[in-house]
Write a protein that binds this ligand. Structure first.
Ligand code: CUA
Length: 343
């Protein structure tokens, strides 16, 4: 292919540019459940204001600097018969003051809300009425511990809509980053320390999030959902989590699954509240049937997906701690009946 066909100004170049701009424009049509540009709570709204302020300042600086650059390139371009060197100048005290002071002032304008909001994002305005949740990062799933409610769950963080949630963020292994873009900015979960942040969902809804710090092979699969409940849905969820049903079934496939849970090895790592199963290496599976997703929120929660997961977890989440237990089809069906029956 002749390279000249791609020169700026050529037809091909124009076509390629149009295509690239079209792709860029169409990217705006995508579903964006994880967009900081559509905040759904007070923390994310405040953060978007800081982002916007920064954006408009940068845009202004860009327009002025690039405008001057283009004007100078045009005004002082080499003309025909322009053989002599232009006048050589060096240094201009006034200009140098100006381009030092203006950026300093702009950065100061940006720094005030940035610092104020960064501190404000660490703890809720009303700590006495906030709901405390300890969020723990694991390779590769999120644990949600509600110390005042004595509930521990994983993958899905239920919260009451319109309530401030005070999050204590920890990690048991490597550095993760907790990020639910429509509710609050990201914060690192660091082994050996507790970081704090807060969030609030203004309206009931499901808000997608995920780990935002490279934490190993399946980092990209370390997802979560925040489910903001209406007052009635919230109290129903709390009631169900505090008083789980069908944890020790006495008949049918669920009873067989209940037994398999210890004989096949599940209980070594998983807890089911209301039973003697108290493993803590993996997610607490109490009331799994209530969850929308499984496998760190990567699969919709249904029998078929649970069977797929139980048959070979590393095939879905590479390097996950949960091994292929080589369960029989019967065991998988029984475990599924047991786990999905808790809701
Ligand atoms: Cu956890 Cu990336």
């Amino acid at each position: 292919m002749r390279l000249s066909a791609w020169r700026p100004g050529s037809k091909r170049w124009a076509l390629a540019t149009a295509l690239a701009l079209g792709v860029l424009a169409l990217a705006g049509c995508a579903q964006t459940p994880q967009s900081v540009l559509s905040p759904a709570g007070p923390v994310a709204t405040t953060e978007l204001q800081v982002i916007s302020l920064g954006f408009w300042i940068m845009l202004g600086v860009g327009v002025v600097v690039l405008g001057l650059l283009l004007a100078i390139i045009f005004r002082f371009r080499a003309r025909k018969n322009d053989d002599a060197l232009p006048e050589q100048v060096e240094g201009n005290t006034r200009l140098e003051f100006a381009w030092t002071i203006i950026p300093v002032l702009l950065l100061a304008v940006l720094a005030v809300p940035t610092i104020k909001d960064a501190f404000a994002a660490a703890s809720p305005p009303n700590p006495s009425t906030a709901l405390p949740v300890t969020v723990v990062g694991h390779q590769w799933w999120w644990e949600f511990d509600y110390p005042t409610l004595h509930i521990v769950t994983a993958d899905e963080m239920h919260i009451p809509a319109g309530t401030q949630v005070a999050i204590s963020l920890q990690s048991v292994d490597v550095i993760h980053s907790f990020w639910v873009p429509r509710l609050a900015g990201k914060l690192d979960a660091v082994p050996g320390r507790t970081n704090s942040m807060w969030l609030e969902a203004a309206q009931p809804g499901t808000y997608a999030g995920q780990c935002a710090e490279l934490c190993g092979t399946s980092h990209a699969l370390m997802r979560l959902s925040v489910i903001a409940d209406s007052p009635s849905a919230w109290s129903a969820w709390v009631q169900k989590m505090q008083h789980p049903q069908n944890t020790q079934p006495t008949s049918g496939a669920a009873q067989a699954g209940f037994k398999d849970f210890s004989t096949a090895g599940c209980s070594a790592c998983h807890t089911i509240d209301g039973t003697s199963y108290k493993g803590t290496l993996g997610p607490n599976l109490t009331n799994l049937g209530l969850r929308v997703g499984i496998a760190a929120d990567n699969l919709a929660n249904n029998d078929a997906n649970l069977a797929k997961w139980l048959a070979n977890p590393p095939a879905i989440m590479p390097d996950v701690d949960m091994p292929n237990l080589h369960l029989t089809q019967q065991q998988i069906a029984d475990l599924s009946a047991y786990l999905e029956g808790q809701k």
